[in-house]
Design a protein around this ligand. Structure first.
Ligand code: ZN
Length: 98
């Protein structure tokens, strides 16, 4: 579980945090704040995802080694884990329902 930056309670699921890593927003079940991942670190991660796909498809184009797609997938999973763990959250709106 992840801590809501608004009420500092452990309310966010792994799935909610993961989706916020892909520009989705989420709502805290305790304080109802609308939350999102911080755009600047998130944008850096997007660059890494694009680089990862571009790099290994590029190498594949040269040597036709299908292992490149295995590396691509492994790095994608590592990026996902780092994304979920390290991209900080920010509050878009406190008490979104009000
Ligand atoms: Zn909250």
């Amino acid at each position: 579980m992840f801590i809501c930056p608004s009420c500092e309670k452990d309310t966010l699921s792994w799935k909610a945090k993961y989706l916020m890593g892909f520009w989705f927003t989420s709502r805290c079940s305790n304080c109802d704040a609308k939350l999102t991942a911080m755009p600047i670190p998130l944008a850096l991660f997007q660059v890494l995802y694009v680089w990862n796909v571009g790099w290994f498809s590029g190498i594949y184009w040269f040597n036709r080694d299908p292992m490149n797609f295995v590396y691509l997938t492994i790095i994608w999973i590592i990026l996902d884990m780092l994304n979920v763990k390290y991209v900080p959250l920010s509050i878009m709106k406190k008490n979104a329902s009000k």
